[in-house]
Design a binder for this molecule. Structure first.
Ligand SMILES: [Zn+2]
Length: 417
C-alpha cells in the first residue's frame, strides 16, 4: 500500500526557512536520504530494514540466490512506490506546489507538499495521479507478459516463488485498488472529498468523506477480526486519518476570515542582541513570554525562543549575548493576513513564532500558544452562542468546539492518501 501523508505548509508568511526547523514529522526522524529525483529528496525509513529482513527470512530456505531474488523484488516494489509518489509530486508541481520530500515506509510512501492544492479539481488530479501510475505500470507489465506468452494469472503466487514480473504486475494492480479505496488517508478518500467539494463547501465535503472513511475503517476492522490482522492495522490508520482530516477542515473553518491581528500577542518585551541570555531567563521565569523578538536599534534582527534559551543554558552559556542563540531566520506576517494561512506554520512543536509587521514596524508576535488560546476562546464563544454565525453551517450534533488542548493533533495534519 502506498499512503502518502502530506504536511501542509503555509505559503503566505515570507522568509520562512528557520535555521533549524524542527517541523520534521515523526516519519522523517529515522530516515536516511537515498537520493533525489526530479528535485525531490527521497528518504528511506529505518523500519524498511525490518521488511528486508522479513523477506530474506522468507527466502532463507532457497539459499543465497533466492534471498537475492527476494530482496530484488522488495527493491522493485519500492521503486514502484517511488513512482507512485512521483506521480502525485509531478502533477502537484504543475499546479505550482513543491514536494519537499518523499519517505519510503514498509507500508508505502509519504509525500510532503509545501501546501495543499486549493481548487478541488487540482486536489482531485493530484490524488488520482499516484494510482494512475500503478495502472499504467500494470498495463505495461501485462502487455509485456502477454507478448512473451508468459503466465499472468495470480494463482499460486506467494511471497516466495512465481514469476517476478507477474508478481510486480499484480502488486501494481493491488496498489492502485488499495489506494483508491474511498477512505482517508487513501488517495481515494481525497478523490471523494475533491469530487464533493466541486458541489459543496470544503468542510461539508470533508465531513462526508471522513464519515465514509470511518465507515470503511469499521468494515476493515470487522473483516480484520475474522480474516486478516493486517486489516485491523489499516482500519486504525484509516480511522485516524479520517478524524484528522475533519478536524483540520473544521479548524480552518473556525479560523477562516479571521485576521492575524485578532490572535497575535501585542503586549510583549523585546530583547537586544547584546542582552545576556540570563535576562531572557529572568523574563521567562517572571512570566512575560516565552519568545522574544530581538531588536537592534529599531531593526528586527532575530527571534529568541524558549527552546534557544534552554539549549544555550544547557551548554553553560548564561552570560552569552542573545545574538549567539537567537534564530536569525523567521517568518513574518502582516496583521491583515488570515489566520488560516499562518496555521500550518505554527503547527510543529518548537516552531519559531511568526513576527507580525505593519509597514516594517513590529506590532505583534504570533505563537502556537497564542493561536491555541484564541481557538479556545472561539470554541467557548461558539459553545455559548445561541445561534451560530450566519456563515457557518452548524454540525449535526450542534457541537462546534474545536480541540484547542492538543495543538499537535490538529496540527500534525498529515494528509495521507
Ligand atoms: Zn498515493
Amino acid at each position: 500500500m502506498a499512503a502518502d501523508a502530506r504536511t501542509q505548509k503555509s505559503s503566505s508568511p515570507t522568509n520562512t526557512s528557520g535555521r533549524d526547523q524542527p517541523s520534521e514529522p515523526a516519519t522523517k526522524r529515522w530516515a536516511w536520504k537515498i537520493g533525489r529525483i526530479f528535485g525531490v529528496d527521497v528518504y528511506i525509513h529505518a523500519t524498511f530494514v525490518v521488511l528486508l529482513a522479513w523477506v530474506a527470512y522468507g527466502h532463507f530456505a532457497g539459499g543465497a540466490g533466492a534471498i537475492g531474488r527476494g530482496l530484488l523484488l522488495v527493491l522493485a516494489v519500492f521503486g514502484i512506490i517511488v513512482m507512485h509518489e512521483l506521480g502525485h509530486a509531478l502533477v502537484a508541481r504543475r499546479f505550482g506546489i513543491r514536494t519537499r520530500d518523499i519517505t519510503l515506509l514498509p507500508i508505502g510512501g509519504v509525500s510532503r507538499f509545501d501546501r495543499m492544492p486549493e481548487k478541488p479539481i487540482e486536489e482531485l488530479l493530484v490524488a488520482v495521479a499516484g494510482p494512475a501510475v500503478n495502472v499504467i505500470l500494470a498495463l505495461l507489465l501485462w502487455a509485456g507478459l502477454a507478448l512473451t506468452g508468459a503466465n499472468t494469472s495470480p494463482v499460486g503466487m506467494g511471497v516466495v516463488g512465481g514469476s517476478v514480473l507477474t508478481k510486480l504486475m499484480w502488486i501494481n494492480v493491488s496498489l492502485a485498488a488499495f489506494n483508491l479505496l474511498p477512505a482517508f488517508p487513501m488517495d481515494g478518500g481525497r478523490v471523494v472529498r475533491a469530487a464533493l467539494a466541486l458541489k459543496m463547501d470544503h468542510v461539508r465535503a470533508t465531513e462526508i468523506a471522513a464519515q465514509l472513511g470511518q465507515g470503511m475503517a469499521l468494515l476493515f476492522g470487522v473483516l480484520g477480526l475474522f480474516f486478516n490482522p493486517m486489516l485491523l492495522f489499516i482500519a486504525l490508520f484509516v480511522w485516524m486519518g479520517a478524524q484528522q482530516e475533519s478536524r483540520v477542515a473544521e479548524l480552518k473553518k473556525v479560523l477562516s476570515g479571521v485576521p492575524v491581528e485578532s490572535a497575535m500577542m501585542t503586549e510583549f518585551r523585546v530583547l537586544s542582541p547584546t542582552d545576556q541570555l540570563s535576562l531572557a531567563t529572568r523574563l521567562i521565569v517572571a512570566g512575560f513570554q516565552h519568545d522574544f523578538p530581538v531588536v537592534d536599534q529599531k531593526r528586527l534582527v532575530g527571534v529568541l525562543t524558549r527552546g534557544d534559551v534552554v539549549r544555550a543554558l544547557s551548554q553553560g552559556d548564561a552570560e552569552s549575548p542573545v545574538a549567539s542563540a537567537m534564530h536569525r531566520e523567521f517568518a513574518t506576517a502582516h496583521p491583515n493576513d488570515m489566520l488560516e494561512t499562518v496555521l500550518a506554520r505554527l503547527q510543529a512543536p518548537g516552531v519559531v513564532p511568526i513576527v507580525v509587521l505593519r509597514d516594517g514596524d513590529l506590532v505583534g508576535i504570533m505563537t502556537a500558544e497564542g493561536l491555541g488560546e484564541f481557538i479556545l476562546m472561539q470554541g467557548a464563544r461558539h459553545a455559548t452562542a445561541a445561534t451560530p454565525r450566519a456563515d457557518e453551517r452548524a454540525r449535526p450534533n450542534g457541537d462546534r468546539k474545536v480541540d484547542p488542548i492538543d495543538p499537535p493533533a490538529f496540527v500534525k495534519h498529515a494528509r495521507p492518501g
